[in-house]
Design a protein around this ligand. Structure first.
Ligand code: PBG
Length: 328
């Protein structure tokens, strides 16, 4: 087709006109806010590599969740830092474990808030891997599934609305679905970290969650960043196993993958995780005065949505909510 005339600038003339023709608009409903919870009382430890983010004791985590909810954020995702770690990550599925209690307390305080429980073992194991190890240090897949089943059951029992398995074990979605259904939690959904790359952008998170592996890396379970067609396979497997949401993680260096997954499975709600390293880079450059933090934040989040994400998990959630409400 040939356009009758070639002027494109006419629609960019004023802010109002640009708003009218904008294809992508951020909305308060788009965001999930991650919260790090640790043992103790009245604790608010700054995470050095993530300005504005804290490890919080449950009392303060409730306040933080309430603040986010009052700003219009619909959902939080919780990560735990236990006092005691062991080989089997038992605090991940203990009924009095840190996240079990955090879910219960937050849901009791703010019942309407959608609570997502990240289900993994790396924050709870002494070796920092996302599962049980054999004597050579390899992660045992099916042994790990048994523990994930317990973890999902406990989190559902404590009131989690969504279980988000992030360990990239084969069959994790099926195992968790079985565990939830066997225990009558038919309405608890699963947001699978279906496409999770082995990425260096997780560095600051591992400071925040104290979950860096003690040896080796996560390349035998997380995806190789050279691959994108494999992302489609990962999604198909997880959908067959019963995933209710898909996720691509990280987001920024993987916008092509977000787009590919959305085009292939438009009917699946798709989350993108704007991970710690992506947050820290913007914060660090802004602190140096090298970029305009607010502007870069909006551009970044809009790009993630434009690529195809329906939901964005981001440490910027409160900041962007304030902006969208016209408060900053
Ligand atoms: C746990 C988990 C990780 C992140 C979310 N869940 C760390 C990892 O896989 O090493 C990273 C999130 C971020 O960097 O913000 N498995």
């Amino acid at each position: 087709m040939k356009f009758p005339e070639t002027r494109a600038r006419r629609l960019r003339k004023t802010a109002q006109l640009r708003d009218m023709v904008a294809e992508t608009k951020l909305d308060l409903d788009d965001f999930v806010y991650p919260i790090f919870v640790r043992e103790g009382e009245n604790i608010k430890n700054p995470v050095e590599s993530m300005p504005g983010i804290y490890q919080l004791s449950i009392d303060n985590a409730i306040k933080e969740a309430k603040e986010a909810f009052d700003l219009g954020i619909k959902s939080v995702i919780l990560f735990g830092i236990p006092d005691k770690k062991d080989e089997f990550g038992s605090q991940a599925y203990a009924e009095d474990g840190i996240i079990a209690r955090a879910i219960n307390s937050i849901k009791s305080a703010i019942p309407q808030l959608v609570v997502i429980a990240d289900a993994c073992l790396c924050e709870y194991t002494s070796h920092g891997h996302c599962g049980v190890l054999d004597k050579n240090g390899n992660v045992l897949n099916d042994e790990t599934l048994k523990l994930l089943k317990k973890e999902a059951y406990v989190y559902a029992k404590m009131g989690a609305d969504i279980i988000a398995p992030s360990g990239m074990m084969d069959g994790m979605v099926k195992a968790i679905r079985e565990s939830l259904d066997e225990n009558g939690f038919y309405d608890v959904s699963i947001m699978s970290y279906a496409v999770k790359y082995s990425s260096s952008f997780y560095g600051p998170f591992r400071d925040a969650a104290e979950s860096a592996p003690a040896f080796g890396d996560r390349k035998s379970y997380q995806m190789d960043f050279r691959n994108s067609k494999e992302a489609i396979k990962e999604c198909m497997l997880d959908m067959e196993e019963g995933a209710d949401f898909l996720m691509v993680k990280p987001a920024l260096a993987y916008l092509d993958v977000i787009r590919a997954v959305k085009e292939k499975f438009p009917y699946m709600p798709l989350a993108a995780y704007n991970v710690s390293g992506e947050y820290s880079m913007i914060k660090a450059a802004a602190l140096k005065g090298w970029i305009d933090e607010k502007a870069v934040m909006i551009e970044t989040l809009t790009a993630i949505k434009r690529a195809g994400a329906d939901i964005i998990i981001t440490y910027f959630a409160k900041d962007i909510a304030k902006m969208l409400r016209g408060e900053t």
